[in-house]
Design a protein around this ligand. Structure first.
Ligand code: 13P
Length: 255
């Protein structure tokens, strides 16, 4: 018996036009319509949110965004505010993805501001944490993950944490490489995340927090990840781009 409802989210990154979005969602929504007791989400690029929002109406698939700004409006060229996302019924915003940190200068500080802005508007957050290959090889995995957690959650109270935050552990070296973490490697860090959350928020808190794994999740490895008590779901990139393969991931088998 699982302690927490699994959450599986497809992060499309910079992929799909409106027509491709519609074509995909028509298939995907049908394919997963019978799946219960699991939360399912897709995070299309901002330009597809309108199309996706319409296509997902009445379905069991939630709309997610790949990022969100901290302010409601203002002089922030290229950014999208929490209320703009709420306007399309976006439920979750992914924040602090390693690609944002690596290519677009996101820091723990900007990540934390985005988390606070999202919560203020009633958006839920998928907060991404994870180490690079060099950091892992030099024994810094725990330090990096801890700093992402402490930095990203600075000033966030336990009520908000429990109500609105999901953590995604995404080792950077496993993203888009086809080289997923082993189940043991993922579980080790998930357990470290739980210990860290308990030390910040009090013993037992992490029992109520979902922690997803992300990094080369595919139909072939999802069942193994989901067979462990500490992994509550997945944040899926490449394998979420085909409706058929993402359907199989969402429809993971309990082993
Ligand atoms: P891949 O599944 O393509 O490795 O990407 C993972 C990811 O970055 C999800 O946010």
């Amino acid at each position: 018996m699982r302690k927490r409802t699994p959450l599986i989210v497809g992060n499309w990154k910079m992929n799909k036009t409106r027509a491709q979005t519609l074509d995909y969602l028509n298939k995907f929504v049908k394919g997963v319509s019978g799946i219960a007791s699991r939360e399912i989400g897709v995070a299309p690029p901002f330009t597809s949110l309108v199309t996706a929002s319409d296509a997902l109406k009445g379905s069991n698939v939630k709309l997610c965004a790949q990022n969100v700004h901290w302010d409601e409006s203002g002089q922030y060229t290229g950014e999208i505010s929490p209320s703009m996302l709420k306007d399309y019924n976006v439920e979750y915003a992914i924040i602090g993805h390693s690609e944002r940190r690596k290519f677009f200068g996101e820091t723990n500080d900007s990540v934390n501001k985005r988390v606070k802005g999202a919560l203020k508007s009633g958006l839920k957050v998928i907060l991404c944490v994870g180490e690079t290959k060099e950091e892992r090889e030099s024994g810094k995995t725990q330090n990096v993950v801890k700093s992402h957690l402490i930095g990203g959650l600075d000033g966030i109270g336990v009520q908000d944490l429990l109500k609105s935050i999901v953590i995604a552990y995404e080792p950077v070296w496993a993203i888009g490489t086809g080289l997923n973490a082993t189940v043991e490697q993922a579980v080790e860090v998930h357990q470290f995340i739980r210990t860290t959350l308990d030390s910040i928020y009090g013993a037992g808190t992490s029992d109520k927090i979902r922690i997803l794994y992300g990094g080369s999740v595919k139909p072939e490895n999802i069942d193994g990840f989901m067979a462990t008590a500490d992994i509550d779901g997945a944040l899926v990139g490449g394998a979420s781009l085909e409706a058929e393969s993402f359907t199989r991931i969402v429809d993971f088998k309990e082993v």
